[in-house]
Design a protein around this ligand. Structure first.
Ligand code: C5P
Length: 220
C-alpha cells in the first residue's frame, strides 16, 4: 500500500502521515527532509544558495544517514532550513538527483529496526504527481494560509523561537508561491488525488475522512 499526502507547509501532512503509519503499519517518508538536508548543507558549507551546481552535487551524494544526521541540527526545522529547502527544491537537477532515492524507498519498505512494513506513506509536494504516480491513495491537504501560519507560529513559540505572526505569514506566502510556481514538479494535486480542505477540521475529523478511504483501498 502506497499513500501520498501532498500540500503546502503546515497543512497537517506530517501529523496525518504519522497517524496513518501507526494505524496501518506503514513506514512514513517525509520527503521534505531531503530538500531540507540539501538546503542546510548549502548554508553550513557557506555556498551561495543560488549555486545550482553545488546544490546538485550535494543532492547527488546525499545518503539517508547524512539526512538523519543533519536533521539533528537546530536549523534543520527552522526557517533557515525551510527557506533554503524551498529554494534548492526549485532546481530541476536537484529534484532529479533525489527522485530515485524516493522511488526506491517503496521497493522494500522496512521500519528503522529492520522489520518489514505493509507499505509507505509519503508526504511532500509532488509525491502523488511525480514520485509515485501509481500510488494506491493520493491525498492533497489544503488549509487557509492564515490558519497554517497560526499553527506554525504556535509551534515556533512552543520551541522558544521568537518570530512575529506577521513574519511567519509573509514567509509562508513566499514559500507557497515558490512551491506552486516553480517549473519543475510544482506543488499541485494529482488528477486522481482526493483534495481535503482542513482549515476548520480537527485531526480527529480529518482521520475520520481519510481512514475509510484507506480501508476501501485495503479491501479492494
Ligand atoms: O515539507 P517541508 O516544509 O519540510 O519541505 C521543505 C521544502 O521542501 C518545501 O517548502 C518544498 O519547497 C520542498 N519540497 C518539495 N517537494 C517535496 C517535499 C518538499 O519541493 N516532495
Amino acid at each position: 500500500m502506497i499513500i501520498t499526502i501532498d500540500g503546502p507547509a503546515a497543512a497537517g501532512k506530517g501529523t496525518i502521515s504519522a497517524l496513518l503509519s501507526k494505524k496501518y503499519h506503514l513506514v512514513s517518508f517525509d520527503t521534505g527532509m531531503l530538500y531540507r538536508a540539501v538546503g542546510l548543507q548549502m548554508v553550513l558549507t557557506g555556498m551561495e544558495i543560488t549555486n545550482v551546481e553545488a546544490a546538485t552535487a550535494i543532492a547527488q551524494k546525499l545518503t539517508f544517514a547524512q539526512m538523519i544526521e543533519l536533521s539533528q541540527h537546530p536549523d534543520f526545522r527552522s526557517d533557515v532550513g525551510g527557506q533554503a529547502a524551498s529554494i534548492v527544491s526549485s532546481y530541476q537537477p536537484v529534484r532529479q538527483a533525489l527522485l530515485e532515492m524516493q522511488r526506491n524507498f517503496a521497493k522494500n519498505p522496512t521500519f528503522a529496526d529492520g522489520t518489514p512494513a505493509a507499505g509507505v506513506v509519503y508526504d511532500g509536494r509532488d509525491t502523488g504527481t511525480v514520485v509515485c504516480p501509481n500510488a494506491d491513495l493520493k491525498i492533497f491537504l489544503i488549509a487557509d494560509v492564515e490558519v497554517r501560519a497560526q499553527r506554525r507560529h504556535k509551534e515556533f513559540l512552543e520551541k522558544g523561537i521568537q518570530k512575529s505572526y506577521e513574519k511567519v505569514l509573509a514567509d509562508m506566502k513566499e514559500r507557497d508561491e515558490r512551491d506552486k510556481n516553480r517549473s519543475s514538479a510544482p506543488m499541485k494535486p494529482a488528477d486522481d488525488a482526493v483534495i481535503i480542505d482542513c482549515s476548520t477540521l480537527s485531526v480527529d475529523d480529518l482521520m475520520k475522512i481519510i481512514m475509510p478511504l484507506v480501508e476501501q483501498k485495503l479491501s479492494a
